[in-house]
Design a protein. Structure first.
Length: 392
């Protein structure tokens, strides 16, 4: 197969920066890197007030379609389905040139756009799992949703040319639900040119150490566990402050919890911030904390590593693939506020340890987690899928 011929990719994703979270960032950076390799990428995503309906940047075209979405940071099932009902007819009627490969970010809902197009046009369809589309992920919250949509999820995945997850852990969680399909892994990456250590460094700063949390404020992210850990006497005895950036259904509840624990004066609740607004907080932070209950492969951890920022995170699939405990970060037990408090006290009280771990994290990010390497893997996967579908 001719590896030098530019390919045309269609990316289907119901959220794309500045909307949404990790999956949107993945599609953004993979699109950018594929274009840098000479390919064409058309992204069909969701419009939001204040955004351009259509943007053309060289070989990258981003089309944003109106849906029922009401918030930048989160979307409910009705809003997701509205994207499918808008995107599918738009692509069928308006897409100027048929792609060589369709890439859907999330098997549901985005795969419900890519799947019928693949069947109609006989074009290979690649599905990437990101977490919420995997049965068994966040079981206490999504179990009913996963049970009701499993038949549809299997329909999409079994018809795909390839199905991959963003981490080995997420792949292993998904595999039992899709026994007729061998799943693979296409991991996340980090923009090492944007996420770099601060020019002035972190040594010798004035003021208390700054802890940093960024993400959707949901049960998944474990902010309640973080607040309990911060109220631990070992941590309360130290000088620190926390920047908490994000919005979500639990935000009001966690504000009340912080007040009840006497933490209000030490925490800044920033609410939802754009990527541009979040970036400077990586430079002012001393430690990133991510006490999640479940993750696919958290991009925020990779971004912190790129910035030379030490990370404290839970020892769960996806995250443990990024962090070498004690070397490039600290891993703590899920749901264990005492273990998290011990790790917080360790790094808050030891500036030299923070700098050592942060420097090793940056080195590891440079060696293993570039988006250029991920785009090369996707290109290889696309070419192999085309060959197997007779589309070379």
């Amino acid at each position: 197969m001719d590896r030098t011929r530019p390919l045309r990719f269609l990316f289907c994703n119901y959220e794309y920066p500045p909307l949404g979270g990790g999956a949107g960032m993945v599609s953004k950076f993979l699109a950018r890197e594929l274009v840098a390799r000479g390919h064409h990428v058309e992204v069909v995503t969701t419009w939001f007030p204040g955004l351009e309906r259509r943007t053309v940047e060289g070989n990258l075209t981003i089309t944003r379609l109106r849906s029922r979405r009401r918030k930048m940071g989160q979307s409910n099932p009705v809003e997701m389905i509205s994207y499918v009902l808008t995107a599918l007819p738009w692509v069928l009627l308006r897409l100027a040139k048929r792609p060589d490969v369709i890439m859907s970010y999330h098997s549901i809902p985005s795969g419900l756009v890519g799947f019928p197009l693949s069947i109609l046009w006989r074009i290979p369809h690649i599905v990437q799992f990101h977490g919420g589309d995997v049965p068994g992920w966040l079981p206490g919250v999504l179990s009913t949703y996963h049970r009701c949509t499993l038949w549809l999820n299997r329909w999409v995945v079994y018809q795909a040319a390839a199905a991959v997850a963003v981490s080995d852990g997420l792949r292993d969680l998904a595999q039992p639900s899709f026994p007729k399909r061998q799943l693979g892994t296409l991991a996340n990456g980090v923009d090492l040119e944007v996420f770099t250590p601060p020019p002035s460094g972190r040594a010798g700063r004035d003021g208390p150490p700054r802890l940093f949390f960024v993400g959707r404020v949901t049960v998944q992210k474990g902010v309640d566990v973080l607040l309990k850990a911060l109220a631990d006497p070992r941590v309360m005895a130290l000088d620190w402050c926390l920047d908490l950036a994000g919005d979500g259904p639990q935000l009001a509840e966690y504000r009340e919890q912080a007040a009840a624990l006497g933490l209000t004066d030490r925490i800044v609740f920033h609410g939802w911030l754009t990527r541009e607004q979040v970036r400077p907080l990586f430079d002012t932070a001393d430690v990133l904390v991510l006490p999640s209950r479940y993750e696919g492969m958290p991009i925020v951890v990779l971004e912190a590593m790129g910035c030379g920022l030490p990370v404290i995170a839970t020892d769960i699939p996806g995250t443990r693939e990024l962090i070498a405990d004690g070397e490039t970060g600290l891993l703590v037990k899920p749901e264990d506020s005492a273990d998290l408090a011990a790790a917080l006290a360790r790094l808050i009280g030891d500036p030299a340890e923070r700098l050592r771990i942060g420097a090793q994290a940056r080195t590891d990010a440079e060696a293993r987690w570039s988006w250029a390497a991920r785009a090369e893997e996707l290109e290889t996967l696309a070419l192999d899928s085309m060959r197997r579908w007779g589309r070379s």
